[in-house]
Design a protein around this ligand. Sequence first.
Ligand code: OXD
Ligand code: MN
Length: 591
Amino acid sequence: MPISEGAKAWVAEVAALTTPDKIVWCDGSEEERVRLTEEAVKDGVLIPLNQDKMPGCYLHRSHPSDVARSEHLTFICTPRADEAGSNNNWMAPAEARDKAGALFKNSMKGRTMYVVPFLMGPAGSAFSKAGVELTDSIYVVLNMRIMTRMGNVVWDHLKGSNDFTKCLHSLGELDPDKRYIMHFPQDNEVWSIGSGYGGNALLGKKCLALRVASYLGRQQGWLAEHMLILGVQTPKGDLHYICGAFPSACGKTNLAMLVPPKEQAAKGYKVWTLGDDIAWLRPGEDGRLWAVNPEAGFFGVVPGTSSKTNPNAMTTIAKNTIYTNVALRPDGTVWWEGHDDPAPKEALDWQGRPWTPDSPERAAHPNSRFTAPAAQCPSISPEWENPPGVPISAILFGARRQRVVPLIYQALTWEHGVFLGATLSSETTAAAAGKVGVLRRDPMAMLPFCGYNMADYWGHWLKLGDKLKSPPKIFRVNWFRTGENGKFLWPGYGENLRVLQWIIDRCEGLGEAEKSFLGYIPTRRAIDRSGLDVSDSVMDQLLHVDRIDWVDALYGQSLFFEKFGDRLPESIREQHESLARRVSGALQQFE
Ligand code: OXD
Ligand code: MN
């Protein structure tokens, strides 16, 4: 199919602004991958790893100040500020275009501008969205090749139409003071300058597939969510698909690639991976909710990944993977904190400086990443590129909470489930710039990614539920609860399947539960602990809910909801009040 005329005109317009020396139209071919990789190696952007031990793998070292998403420099530029809401930084579109436009002027002088057509979603799916990224970063091009369906497939998909998201990116000066990530959702356009970091620069991911897509989804009756998608095959052979929203770096990739523990595998449980970060959700004609993963690769956090925590990821990243900001061993292989191998006697750290186990700093950056093709994952589901997606039985909202939140509980209704999502809060991680370990509200794990007013977003969730004859059941999970000694109470990783089993039981109308003021909580024996060293008393601690803690939590929720004023949907307010009544009822029972 010929290249869309709109793309040609836009490329000419951007070239006039950014004045690159050369323009390269990417076609997605293997020959192109080889050529661009060679160029990246020649320019020092990629360092080839040991090709015998890690075929097709490369290391990239970023600028030391460009290692995470820059949320404070990320803007939603809708015509009115209230459309973006207090959850977003807002800038008027004209001002944003002026500010960023001044930085884009001549920003590609002396550089090549790559035209990267890409598809979010499987080829041939009516739900897929096309984008074109113009970038002066060869690292971005090679990552986009893994993370999206990149190349001529897009012109075939578009069939001459100009219905694509315009994604303009330049490394600029890689200066945090000259960095902006601007979204113009009403124009289906994104501008990003001054950063090469994945979440800021691979514009198909957070910018298109979450911020712009969430805005479009509201107009078109669907949801773009920060969710993994997995399938659990039960011993009976039934398949249940589950979506899970967790804030960045809270284990979505590990859960998505879960390997059943021995006991569960022997019983016949199997887990399939469909996606680890983003799900697009639509009501199907059958009244169920259907999910598609718009991405084609995984951009995962490296530290902590090992054969114990995520064996499927270890296999996935053994070849054809770009590593960013990990340590380099003398034999040309990579290492990070939490790797299977013990710390090397000597290595180069993520900035290329000599490192030994006595060095005061970490060898790999805490937000170092792998970019790997999803198709390489041993547990990839045969359904992962299914054009209509897969039907969802359950939705999980999870976050990192050392206290207060039990291992698992089930929402009473869809509305209550939306409330659980809206009140999600988590201790912060290294995936975004800022302090680690601070509690922050992160509704549906979408705080940094919702492209419009969060109150309207909750309203959209509620409305969408009305369209579902068989809505997924909604659960809150917390793998991160700690005991008095500060250690995690729940073993996590593969053992999380035991919690998924209860979830599936509940979806099938089984699974023992008690109704508490929070929702349905499993009875102590409802979670299968066969072969697992978790005592009754630890299980009780994991499932315990403390009323006083929840009086406190209710207060925090009120303060948060106040920020949304009259826009807060009535039903969310009612859920909050009804939780308050249940908590105070529970308190009175004990007085
Ligand atoms: C990611 C993130 O990279 O959420 O997925 O930061
Ligand atoms: Mn993410």
